[in-house]
Design a protein. Structure first.
Length: 296
């Protein structure tokens, strides 16, 4: 065993050789007992994340060596707009398409705000990189717009005031959705200080960059009668946090198609938690100190 190689590694093997075992077709060079000892030792040494990432890297190297291509699927935002254009006709093409994004008046540092916008763009690009080989992606992205509203007039920064400011805007159809986005001091902090989505699977990332999604309901007082009658969503606060990496993955096509209402998407997101998708594991639990730090 070479110096520095953990004892659970098979005799004569090191990290690089094991990572390349699929690429070099040496899988049969180890017995079941050796593999079992290695897996147990690796999991104990590196934890579940390190264990999973080791075998992910092993498979990645094998695919590269053998020319195995991962299947590439149509981006969900492109699929939605393509089907819409097929149904309605070429006149249905949205240019631009995307979201309206409000800046909190509490954010006063110009350099910090510029850094936030740049990082936001980098996160979006990090997400779309997986689709770079899809036909038509560049043309579609050329029409994408995040329309930044840096001065919301009389809005005082409260969620309600931003919802009211949104109601006064006249927008092209591709931006005129039932949700608008809002960057608060907490979301700015998360954008600047969270790792990129490609750095690790979401389940292993403690910090998730997010914005706040605000519906028109946030501008209204709850209807007392509906609340008393138990109408679903009657007392909902009208907003929720959403992961930046999910804006194009799931939020845009869902909201733009009106297939789900804002309440149906975010009604079960509470406190500072973050909506990522509508699956069972789609809510990322907030990091409490993360939210506190942003307010300092």
């Amino acid at each position: 065993m070479s110096s520095g190689t953990p004892s659970y590694y098979p005799e004569g093997w090191d990290r690089e050789r094991l990572l390349n075992v699929g690429a070099t077709d040496e899988l049969d060079g180890l017995t079941e007992d050796q593999w079992a000892k290695f897996r147990e030792g690796l999991r104990s040494d590196k934890g579940e994340q390190g264990f999973e990432e080791f075998f992910d890297e092993m498979w990645k190297r094998e695919k590269i060596a053998k020319g195995i291509q991962d299947p590439v699927f149509e981006p969900p935002f492109m699929e939605f707009m393509r089907l819409r254009e097929q149904r309605v006709g070429p006149s249905a093409r949205w240019n631009p398409w995307g979201f309206v994004v409000f800046k909190s008046p509490e954010i006063q540092n110009p350099s910090q705000w510029l850094a936030c916008r740049e990082r936001f763009g980098k996160i979006i690009q990090d997400y779309v990189d997986q689709y770079r080989n899809w036909p038509g992606i560049e043309e579609c992205l050329s029409r994408m717009e995040f329309r930044w509203i840096e001065d919301a007039g009389d809005a005082d920064g409260s969620i309600r005031s931003i919802a009211e400011a949104r109601a006064t805007l006249r927008l092209p159809p591709g931006l005129d959705h039932s949700l608008s986005l809002y960057i608060t001091p907490a979301s700015l902090y998360s954008i600047l200080n969270s790792p990129l989505p490609s750095s690790a699977k979401r389940k292993w990332r403690r910090e998730i960059p997010f914005v706040t999604a605000i519906s028109a309901q946030a501008a209204k007082e709850p209807n007392a009668t509906d609340t008393e009658d138990g109408i679903a969503g009657a007392s909902w606060r009208g907003y929720f946090n959403v992961a930046v990496e999910s804006l194009l993955e799931s939020l845009f096509s869902t909201i733009a198609s009106d297939s789900r209402s804002p309440f149906e998407l975010g009604g079960h997101v509470t406190g500072e938690d973050i909506y990522c998708d509508h699956t069972r594991w789609g809510i990322h639990k907030a990091v409490v100190e993360y939210c506190v730090e942003s307010r300092r």
